[in-house]
Design a protein around this ligand. Structure first.
Ligand code: ZN
Length: 157
């Protein structure tokens, strides 16, 4: 089977129904099958849907953004941070690369800062309400790049 590009609209909530994210007001989200562009527990369900299908998909944390990794929570002296003025909730990228982990300041004392490098949704069970809007064969360019180029395959970068 050729790899496909699948497009879908979604509403993402936690198990209690609190809103986390949604594609409302935006184009449908497109991903390349098997490329790890979306969480595995959701991809597994989406690949079996047809255009127009709607489904409620519950994804356990381990099949979404994983459990929280305690080793990604670290306390360092405040003077090692790149800026002087910081507050709880600030975000720092832990390196120069686009995919370097982002650390969030979760606690501050006079001398130390505690940073959490886990994904903000790590440890959370998620509920997706999805509607599959399109599924088409991936273009050669998308296969080379390893990601989808939107519903019509237009190049975006
Ligand atoms: Zn590309």
């Amino acid at each position: 089977m050729p790899q496909r590009v699948i497009s879908f609209h979604y509403k993402l909530t936690d198990k209690a129904g609190a809103n986390i994210d949604s594609s409302e007001g935006r184009p449908a989200f497109s991903f390349l099958e098997g490329a790890g562009q979306i969480v595995p527990g959701l991809e597994k369900e989406l690949v079996s849907l047809k255009k127009g299908d709607k489904k409620r998909v519950e994804v356990a944390a381990k099949d979404a953004y994983g459990q929280k990794d305690p080793s990604l929570v670290l306390t360092i002296p405040r003077e090692q941070l790149p800026v002087k003025e910081i507050k709880v909730g600030d975000l720092f990228r832990g390196g120069q690369e686009e995919h370097s982990p982002v650390f969030k300041v979760v606690d501050l004392t006079l001398t130390n800062a505690t940073l959490d490098g886990n994904h903000p949704l790590a440890g959370q069970d998620l509920v997706f309400e999805v509607e599959l809007t399109d599924a088409r064969e991936a273009t050669a360019e998308e296969l080379t790049h390893g990601h989808a180029h939107g519903p019509e395959g237009h190049h975006h970068h």
